[in-house]
Design a protein around this ligand. Sequence first.
Ligand code: XIL
Length: 457
Amino acid sequence: MRNKPGTPPRRRTRIATTLSAALGSIAVLAAITLVTGGSAAAATTLGASAAERGRYFGTAVAASRLNDSAYTTILNREFNQVTPENEMKIDATEPQQNQFSYGNADRIVQHARSRGMQVRGHTLAWHSQQPGWMQNMSGSTLRQAMLNHVTQVATHFRGQVAWWDVVNEAFADGGSGARRDSNLQRTGNDWIEAAFRAADAADPNAQLCYNDYNIDNWNDAKTQAVYRMVQDFKSRGVPIDCVGLQSHFTGGSNYPSNYRTTLSSFAALGVDVHITELDIRNAPSDAYRNVVNDCLAVARCKGITVWGIRDSDSWRSGESPLLFNGSGQKKPAYDAVLTALNNGTPPGGNPTTTPPGGNPTTPPPGGGCTASITPGTVWGDRYNTSVTVSGATTWTVVAAVTAPQQITTTWSGSASLASNGTVLTMRSNGSGNTFGFTTMMNGNSGARPQIRSCTAG
Ligand code: XIL
C-alpha cells in the first residue's frame, strides 16, 4: 500500500522532493545543451559524474581505515555514498543480547553525512556474522530477538540511513531456487517479510532493500527465486522498495551478458535496483564499463557501490578487483568507469554513446501498434503518466507534452528526449509493454501528454 504501481512510494517523499528538484534542473541543462549542440565539461570524479546522472557512486568503508589519510583522501574526493563494510552487522551492533554498540558505525555515518555522502545500512538480518548468543538461538526466541535487533538498530539510525539492506543472502545457491537453510529460515518462511515490516515501522522514511549475491544472471534459479519473492511482496503490500545486487564478480562469479535484463526485470516489478558490493577479478575495464552502462540504461538503477577503495582494502585482495591499486593510484578500470559515467545519459537527456556490446538493434520500423495513456499520480509541480502498448512486443512510441511542461524522468523503456524535454521517444527494452514518465508542469498544470506515434519492430 505504500508503494502503488507506477508511483514513487509515499515513504520516499522527503528524499524525492530534493532529488527531483535537482534532477529537474539537471534535465533542463541537459536538454538545452543538446539543443545547442554544446557539451558541459566532463566531471572528474566518480561521485560527481554519477550525481549528474541522478545516481550515486559509493564504496564500502571500514572504520579502522578512517585514520589512514591516503584512504580518506580518495574516499572524500571520489565517492558520494558509503556502506559500512562490517560495522552495522549483527555481531558489531549487538555483541551481547540487548547491549548495543554503535561506536564504529556512528563514526562512519558521521564521516559520510558531514560530507554529504548518503549511507546504506548493511545489514539488519543475516545468517552470517551473527554474535555467538544469536547463533545458539532458534524458534520463536530467535524470531523475537531478530525483530528486536531490527527495531533497535533501525531506530538508532533513523533519518541517517537512506537505504537498509534489511535482509541479506536469504536464498540458496545452485539450481534449487530454495531459501538458504539457516537458523533464521527455520523460524518460519515469513521471517523475511517480518523483518521488512519491523524495519518499516522503525524507520518509515528509509528505503528497504533485499540484498544478495549470485542474482546477476537472469537465467539463474536463484535470480528467478528472488524475483518471485519480490513480486509476491509487491503484490501483498510487504514494504519493500529495492533490490541490491551484490555483484561480486570475484570468487568464481562472472559478469553475465544478460545483467541489464536482470536489472530492468527487477525494476519492472516497481522496485529500485542497486549494485551494492561490486568487485571484479583483476578489474578488467570492459566488465566495469559494462556494469556502469547497464546501470545507466535502467532508470531505476540508483547507483553503484564498489566493495572497497584500494585493492589492499578488498576482502578479496588477492584478486586485485577494485579501482585503485594498493598505492591509491587509479587503475585503468577507474578511467573506464569515469568515462562510461561521463558518456552516460543524464536524467531526461539523450543517450550520447552506444554501450559496448551494443544497444539492442532496432529493426526497421514495421507495422503499427497502439499506445494508450493512463494518467498517474499528480503532485503540485509534476505528474506521472503510464503508457501501455498493444499490438507489438518491440516498439517505439513518441509522446509529446506541451511546453513549458517538460518530461524529466522515464522508466521501463529506452528513452531519448528532444525539443527541450517536450518530445519523448521511448523504445521497448525488454521490460514489458508499459512504460512511464514524469512531467514537470513548469506553470502549466492543465496540459496532458499526447501520443504522436506507435511503431512496431
Ligand atoms: C565481507 C567483508 O568485506 C569482510 O571484511 C568480512 O570479513 C566478511 O564480510 N556479502 C556481504 C558483505 O553482504 O557483508 C560481505 O562483506 C561480503 C559478501
